[in-house]
Ligand binder design. Structure first.
Ligand code: NAI
Length: 355
C-alpha cells in the first residue's frame, strides 16, 4: 500500500519510518499542507494521511479522488478540516485516531492554567534579567475556585480528574451529559450560560462543529465572571478572536491560554522568526502579557506521538488487508454534531489506545 503524507514534520518521519516495514506500507512524505492545488501530489497513492492544518475541502477531495486515492487517514482526533459531505459524495472514507493520549492534552491545559495564574512566563524572563521583584506576579489559589469545562469527553475527563485534585469545584456543559460520570466524579452539569457565570477558569474541550464555531464571542464573554481565565486546547475557531481581544483589552478576560488559533495555518508548526508578522490578530494576542500562545502542541508527548503512529498504521493496514474501516468518522446528516456519532463507537478503544 502506498500512502502520501501531507503536512509532515521531521518527528513524523522518524516515528512512521520506524513502523512502516512492520505494516508493509510505503510512505511518501510532503512538507506542505494539503490543499486543492497540491492534491495532485497524491497521484498513484492508495491513501493520504493528513494532520490538523491540511485542508481537505471539496475541491481538494475531488482531486484526491481523481488521483486514485481510496482512503483519507487522519493522524489526529479532530476532523473539522475535512469536508465529510464531499468525501461521502466522492466515496472516500475517512478514518482518524480517536484517542492517543488524553493525558497529554489535559496536562498541557493545566500547564497553561498554572503558568498564567502564577505568571511563570513573566518570572522566567525577569529573573534571567536580574529582576527579582514580585510586582505584578500575584496569582490565586486554585483550591476552592470553580472550573467550567465545556465538553466532557476523553480529554476533559482527564483534566477534571487533575483539577479535582487541586480541590477545585468543577462544573461542566455537554449536550450529551453523562449522569453516571457526574455522580461518580462529583462534578455538576450546568447550562452553558450558568457555567459562564460561575466559573473562574473556563476550558474548552468540545469538537469544532457548526454549533460550536465561535461559541466564545462577545455575548458569551459578557456572561462570564470579570477576570475569567480562558483556556483553549480544542480548536481555534471555537473562539471569535476579535471578541477575545476586546475582552482582554477591557480586562473582562483576565488571562487566556491558547494552544490553538483560528488562523493558525501558515504560522503554527513553522519557524517564521525571520518574517514580518502579517497576521494582526495574532500579533495583538502576542502583545498581551496575560496571554500565552502555544503552537498546537498540547498533543506533543512521546507517548501520544507513538500512539498516533501506531493507530494510524493499524487503520491503514486494516483497510489495505481486509477493506476494513477502523475508527471511521461517521457523518451525522441530522445535526452539526458529528463528533458524538463518530466518537461513540470509539469509547471502547480508549482502553487500548490511551495510555
Ligand atoms: P471526545 O469526542 O472524547 O469528547 C468531545 C465531547 O464534546 C463529547 O463529550 C461531546 O458530547 C462534547 N460536545 C459535542 N458537542 C458539544 C457542544 N456543542 N458543546 C459542548 N460539548 C460538546 O473528544 P476529545 O478526545 O476529548 O477531544 C476534544 C477536542 O480536543 C477534539 O475535538 C479536538 O478538537 C481537540 N484536540 C486538541 C488537541 C491539541 O493538541 N490541542 C489534541 C487532540 C484533540
Amino acid at each position: 500500500m502506498k500512502v502520501v503524507f501531507f503536512g509532515t514534520q521531521p518527528y513524523d518521519r522518524e516515528t512512521f519510518d520506524r513502523l512502516a516495514p512492520e505494516y508493509g506500507i510505503e510512505i511518501v512524505y510532503h512538507r506542505s499542507d494539503l490543499d486543492a492545488c497540491n492534491a495532485v501530489l497524491a497521484q498513484g497513492a492508495d491513501a493520504v494521511c493528513l494532520f490538523v492544518n491540511d485542508r481537505a475541502d471539496a475541491p481538494a477531495i475531488a482531486r484526491l479522488r481523481e488521483a486514485g486515492v481510496r482512503l483519507i487517514a487522519l493522524r489526529c482526533a479532530g476532523f473539522n478540516n475535512v469536508d465529510l459531505e464531499a468525501a461521502a459524495r466522492c466515496g472516500l472514507p475517512v478514518v482518524r485516531v480517536p484517542a492517543y493520549s488524553p493525558h497529554a492534552v489535559a496536562e498541557h491545559a493545566v500547564a497553561l492554567m498554572l503558568a498564567l495564574n502564577r505568571k511563570i512566563h513573566r518570572a522566567y524572563w525577569r529573573t534571567r534579567d536580574g529582576n527579582f521583584s514580585l510586582h505584578g506576579l500575584m496569582g490565586f489559589d486554585m483550591y476552592g475556585k470553580t472550573a467550567g469545562i465545556v465538553g466532557t469527553g476523553k480529554i476533559a475527563r482527564e483534566l477534571i480528574r487533575i483539577l479535582l485534585g487541586f480541590g477545585m469545584e468543577v462544573v461542566a456543559y455537554d449536550p450529551f451529559p453523562d449522569a453516571d460520570y457526574a455522580a461518580q466524579s462529583g462534578i455538576g452539569y450546568l447550562p452553558l450560560e450558568e457555567l459562564y457565570a460561575r466559573s473562574d477558569v473556563i476550558s474548552l474541550h468540545c469538537p469544532l462543529t457548526d454549533r460550536t464555531r465561535r461559541m466564545i464571542d462577545a455575548r458569551a464573554i459578557a456572561m462570564m465572571k470579570p477576570g475569567v481565565m480562558l483556556i483553549n486546547t480544542g480548536r481555534g475557531m471555537l473562539i471569535r478572536t476579535e471578541d477575545l481581544i476586546e475582552g482582554l483589552k477591557s480586562g473582562r478576560v483576565g488571562a487566556a491560554g491558547l494552544d490553538v488559533y483560528e488562523e493558525e495555518a501558515g504560522y503554527f508548526y513553522e519557524d517564521t522568526s525571520d518574517r514580518v508578522m502579517d497576521d494582526d490578530m495574532l500579533a495583538r494576542l502576542l502583545s498581551f502579557r496575560n496571554v500565552i500562545v502555544t503552537s498546537h502542541q498540547a498533543f506533543f508527548t512521546r507517548e501520544a506521538v507513538d500512539n498516533i503512529a501506531r493507530t494510524t498504521m493499524e487503520n491503514l493496514a486494516a483497510f489495505d488487508r481486509r477493506g476494513e474501516l477502523r475508527n471511521e468518522v461517521v457523518r451525522d446528516p441530522l445535526s452539526g454534531s458529528r463528533a458524538q456519532r463518530a466518537a461513540e463507537p470509539d469509547r471502547t478503544d480508549d482502553v487500548t489506545v490511551c495510555l
